[in-house]
Design a binder for this molecule. Structure first.
Ligand code: AMP
Length: 284
């Protein structure tokens, strides 16, 4: 992989990297499409990173579909696939980790101790191996995107981190490899995340700015769904991921909800319209 990337750099080509854990869906292919518009070659990676799963999480049963993934990558015009084995990435004497302080401890980090340390470590390694000009991530994992951008800045990486919009099913459910865990009834129930975020959006559109009020709207919507167990439903600053009192700057409304055994996350990103103090722009 390093050799191929080195060659592309020597030819002054613009390298795009799309890191994934496989079980590819249209969320992933949207990142590839964006990368294709801006880069050549586009390199995708597939690596189910053991270090970002907790001991009680779903590493063993995470979907692995390398053959159909490869077909999708070819169909979507990816130039190369980097699909290393775990011992290549983490040899027995592996000892170095990347940790972003503060941001890693909140929300996803609090619910999944050690998760972000695993994420930033593997992404750092992928960025070192490929040294892409641009690396593409989805906003579905908003806190992850923010952390990786922080890491790239703090460690003076030459890769620009690009965060792309969430791709959704017809009923609003954000595409996710973990949706494969849902049975028919749970799949129907999972749409409640998007319904709750849409309700929060509606409140904001009507002028509501109070975070506690928005949280109570989220909780109310989520409580209607018997199969949903809320991990967190919060309104946070888009930079620090600290809770806000009022939505007066760029914010995320963030959800983590168990539907059966599947832990699903989703979010609504809101930012003030440029040159207008009170109107908001929504990204759902
Ligand atoms: P994963 O394979 O789940 O680690 O995801 C790989 C990349 O795809 C991450 O940057 C995710 O944020 C992104 N991604 C996952 N689901 C979606 C989606 N529904 N829309 C956009 N990007 C996504």
């Amino acid at each position: 992989m390093k050799q191929m990337a080195r060659q592309a750099r020597a030819e002054n080509r613009v390298i795009g990297l799309v890191p994934t854990m496989g079980a590819l869906h249209e969320g992933h292919t949207s990142l590839i499409a964006r990368a294709k518009r801006e880069c050549s070659p586009v390199i995708a990676s597939i690596f189910v990173n053991p270090k970002q799963f907790g001991p009680k999480e779903d590493f063993a049963k995470y979907p692995r579909t390398l053959e159909s993934d490869t077909e999708k990558l070819i169909k979507n015009g990816v130039d190369a696939l980097f699909a290393p084995e775990a011992p290549e990435i983490y040899p027995r004497d592996f000892a170095t980790y990347v940790q972003v302080d503060g941001l890693s401890d909140r929300l996803e980090g609090r619910s999944r101790p050690g998760h972000f340390r695993g994420v930033t470590t593997v992404v750092m390694k992928l960025l070192q191996i490929v040294q892409p000009n641009f690396a593409y991530f989805g906003r579905k994992d908003a806190q992850q995107g923010r952390l990786i951008a922080q890491m790239a800045r703090d460690l003076n990486l030459d890769s620009e981190i690009v965060v792309c919009p969430i791709v959704r099913e017809a009923d609003g459910l954000a595409l996710s490899s973990r949706n494969a865990y849902l049975n028919q009834e749970e799949r129907r129930a999972a749409a409640v995340l998007h319904r709750a975020l849409s309700a929060a959006k509606k409140e904001l559109e009507a002028g509501a700015r109070d975070a506690l009020h928005l949280q109570s709207v989220l909780q109310r919507m989520l409580s209607v769904e018997r199969l949903a167990a809320v991990d967190y439903a919060e309104v946070v600053d888009a930079e620090s991921f600290e809770p806000v009192v009022r939505v007066s700057r760029a914010c995320y409304v963030l959800l983590a909800v168990f539907i059966g055994k599947a832990r699903l996350i989703d979010n609504l990103y809101v930012e003030p319209r440029p040159n207008d103090s009170d109107e908001l722009v929504f990204h759902l």
